[in-house]
Design a protein around this ligand. Structure first.
Ligand code: ATP
Ligand code: MG
Length: 590
């Protein structure tokens, strides 16, 4: 969030409205969340640090941080670190990095200076504990000592009401002592659990989440931040509303699967407010539909399986839908933001087509990306009437619509590289690139882009029948940009690089990771839908200037698509390129 916005009037966003914006605008107008010294909109993004963020999280980040930005509010990054066994510092670091890379900040210019709103649920362990004692004392929570099996059996299901635990009515003092002993480490994992008692008949609530939900459990585990201070840990459904309230969150926006958790969210905050822990207004929860993107899986568990089984090279493999993967693939933060705006927020589930994301990417890259030439599947071209050892410069704009980006130059020489597919021994109908003379029919005439017009005179083959070189003659007076060059009318127009100076480089041609648009829908085995052609590595020849490409620099390789110098494997003077996306939507599962 930019700090200079703080004192300006609430923005009237030019962005399309949605149900969340409507709620926020109405709350701002009525002052529903007005508090001294605080903005009227405070949102949060609450990841669990147990894996890498994916494109679905990007939607949530763009939404939460975007709403805060658009309404002069602030957004907190809060780690929901209540599961010590699954959490690691590595994940905390990458999540922070991903949020910042997407273009957002948890810093906020407050009345007394810049505030850093990076929080952890574990910051609140002391308060969470005291509130739990309060709930026990008030008869709103009790320690249950049933076995896990009995507890599950007594919970009932959608059709059957649950049964009260035999421990449900134990004296409050007994529960309190047991809870303190749980905290003191006197019991093993699973021996006791603290449960809420929302009402006398809560075990027959039609909402399973209201049937005496667990709020604290015993876990003898070391915690990344609190070390061995605790051996009881609060549950997510208990921790999350309280963390929201402690941080003065106004609009707690989450995905639809939490809809059934909202009654507990509201009950808990209401009950604790009555106990004087919070002052009104307390935060309100709103749900939106999660992102489902075709050809992609967005489950941390399944993404981890791809990493663990070495289907990909890591979380940041350019085929992965993780934010680090998208970044390494060459996606821009702007393209992801544009995508999240374009798909909007609703409450109805659906699938977004991958081509929507790719379309946003092309739209963002086209005006920005410098053009360059790369021959991905090289075939030698010999200009027979061009003297050996001679060379001359050709040039072309760095960007066809941005003359201010300047010109790039590259040499023309007797031997060039062209694409294999730009020559056909026996041309098919409508093929205007190189084909040889037959009888008294001359070979085709083709313009070498930004260079000369040429005419095919023949070709060479090896003993296996493979074409090894195409032979042409060039017309000296046909150089692009010189007077009279346009008197040559040719239909074929291809790219090329000088063999004498070309930069040899590894280029990775990435494609979709799955061939099935909904690889894991309905419990399908997504491993069976892997696209065997999701990566092809070629040795390409690039125009010589490309040796200076810096890691993360993006280009449009003419006729091929957008490419980025890989941020991990590129070396100074020796870039390795990833294909970000082709120029047109040409997806086929092959
Ligand atoms: P996963 O199911 O992959 O493990 P998660 O939801 O458990 O993901 P969290 O770290 O809890 O992961 O997610 C943080 C936030 O991101 C949550 O508020 C969650 O609702 C949101 N989120 C997760 N997946 C999506 C998605 N596909 N679309 C939109 N928001 C998402
Ligand atoms: Mg979760």
């Amino acid at each position: 969030m930019s700090n200079d916005k703080k004192n300006s009037a609430p923005a009237a966003p030019a962005l399309p409205s949605n149900f969340l914006r409507a709620i926020i605008e109405s709350d701002l107008a009525s002052g529903a969340h007005a508090r001294e010294g605080l903005p009227g909109v405070i949102t949060r993004f609450p990841p669990e640090p147990n894996g890498y963020l994916h494109v679905g999280h990007a939607k949530s980040i763009c939404l939460n941080f975007g709403l805060a930005r658009d309404y002069n509010g602030r957004c907190h990054l809060r780690f929901d670190d209540t599961n010590p066994e699954k959490e690691e510092q590595e994940y905390v670091d990458t999540i922070k990095d991903s949020v910042q890379w997407l273009g957002f900040s948890w810093d906020w210019q407050g009345p007394a200076g810049v505030e850093h709103h990076l929080h952890h649920a574990s910051d609140y362990f002391d308060q969470l504990y005291l509130m739990a004692e309060y709930l026990i004392q008030q008869g709103y929570a009790y320690v249950d000592s049933q076995s896990a099996e009995d507890m599950a059996a007594n919970r009932g299901n959608f059709n059957t009401p649950g049964k009260n635990s035999p421990f449900r009515d134990r004296p409050r003092e007994e529960s309190l002592q047991l809870f303190r002993d749980m905290k003191a480490g006197k019991y093993a994992n699973g021996e006791h659990i603290l449960r809420a008692k929302i009402s006398e008949d809560a075990m027959s609530s039609p909402n399973m989440n209201m049937r005496d939900p667990a709020i604290y459990r015993i876990r003898h585990e070391h915690h990344v931040r609190t070390g061995d201070a605790w051996c009881i840990y609060p549950m997510y459904d208990y921790t999350h509303p309280i963390s929201d309230a402690l941080e003065n969150i106004t609009h707690s926006v989450c995905t639809l699967e939490f809809q059934d958790h909202r009654p507990f969210y509201d009950w808990l905050l209401e009950t604790l407010s009555a106990g004087g822990f919070f002052t009104l207004p307390v935060p309100k929860q709103y749900e939106f539909s999660r992102l489902n993107l075709t050809y992609v899986i967005t489950s941390k568990r399944k993404l981890r399986q791809l990493v663990d089984e070495k289907v990909v090279t890591g979380w940041d493999d350019p085929r992965m839908p993780t934010i680090v993967g998208l970044r390494r693939r060459g996606y821009t933060p702007e393209s992801i933001q544009l995508f999240c705006e374009r798909i909007g927020v609703t409450k109805s589930d659906g699938w977004i087509d991958m081509s929507t994301l790719e379309g946003c990417l092309r739209e963002d890259l086209d005006p920005k990306a410098p053009r360059a030439t790369a021959v991905l599947r090289p075939l030698k071209l010999i200009v027979e009437n061009y003297p050996e050892g001679q060379s001359e410069q050709c040039s072309s704009p760095v960007h066809p619509h941005h003359p201010e980006m300047g010109l790039r130059t590259f040499p023309f020489t007797r031997e060039l590289w062209i694409e294999e597919e730009d020559f056909m021994e026996a041309p098919s109908k409508g093929y205007f690139r190189y084909y040889p003379p037959v009888g008294d029919q001359p070979g085709s005439r083709v313009r070498l882009r930004h260079g000369f017009v040429t005419e095919c005179t023949g070709y060479d083959k090896d003993e296996n029948g493979k074409v090894t070189a195409v032979r042409v003659k060039y017309f000296e007076d046909s150089k692009s940009g010189t007077p009279g060059s346009d008197t040559y009318k040719v239909k074929g127009n291809i790219h090329w690089v000088s063999a004498a100076t070309a930069l040899e480089a590894e280029v990775r041609l990435y494609d979709r990771l799955f061939t099935d648009p909904q690889p894991d829908a309905g419990g399908k085995d997504f491993m069976a839908a892997l696209n065997p052609n999701a990566l092809e590595t070629v040795t390409a020849y690039l125009e010589p200037g490309m040796k200076d490409a810096a890691a993360d620099q993006r280009f449009q390789f003419e006729r091929h698509g957008y490419f980025v110098a890989d941020r991990v494997d590129s070396q100074p003077g020796k870039p390795v390129f990833n294909r970000i996306v082709t120029l047109k939507d040409s997806w086929s599962a092959k």
